[in-house]
Write a protein that binds this ligand. Sequence first.
Ligand SMILES: Nc1nc2c(ncn2[C@@H]2O[C@H](COP(=O)(O)OP(=O)(O)OP(=O)(O)O)[C@@H](O)[C@H]2O)c(=O)[nH]1
Ligand SMILES: [Mg+2]
Length: 202
Amino acid sequence: MAMARTDRRIEPAAEPMALKLLVAGGFGAGKTTLVGSVSEIRPLRTEESLSELGRPVDDVSGVEGKNTTTVAMDFGRITLREDLVLYLFGTPGQDRFWFLWDELAQGALGAVVLADTRRLADCFAAVDYFEQRGIPFSIAVNCFEGAELHDPQTVREALDLDPGTPVVLCDARERESAKNVLITVVEHAAYVAAAQRAPAGA
Ligand SMILES: Nc1nc2c(ncn2[C@@H]2O[C@H](COP(=O)(O)OP(=O)(O)OP(=O)(O)O)[C@@H](O)[C@H]2O)c(=O)[nH]1
Ligand SMILES: [Mg+2]
């Protein structure tokens, strides 16, 4: 019997490009919140309770409502365009988990460094980490209520950033705001990659 149905060919969709991004920054800067607000899959979290014992080392000033902390990583995914998928890896914020960073950073195209202006120094280590490894990053200032609003230029100077490093303001709880942060990093990383391929004067 002849096939009744027309053999409609469906073009196989081209595999989307998958990019890995890190979401880093100091303790309690909003990394887990950001991954959770943009992820289209239920984010994988590795939260553990902040304990009485940890109180002397876990400084929750400014985020007093915080009662858990990331101990390994956050993981989420967002489709930015149909041909571009981002895999997000949120790092643990506390110094005692630094040993995990090298694993997480492998193959990363770029990074977001979340900064809380009430304790800006907490993100210095992340900035140094990415600068030393040549991983393109942008700074996302998470605008907590009660934090004095700093303009991006002040933050840039305080962190002594290269002029090309983007600084954006965000609210990590808002999907569109968090998405904007990710777009900024992807564009910056693409720019850096293009500049490396075609150095000025070449
Ligand atoms: N007001 C306000 N609160 C926020 C914002 N982002 C995060 N928070 C709150 O701040 C606290 C810290 O957020 P987390 O996302 O757990 O921070 P983190 O950077 O993952 O923390 P660690 O993994 O412990 O380093 C939580 O109680 C959030 O609800 C924000 O943009 N504005
Ligand atoms: Mg976290």
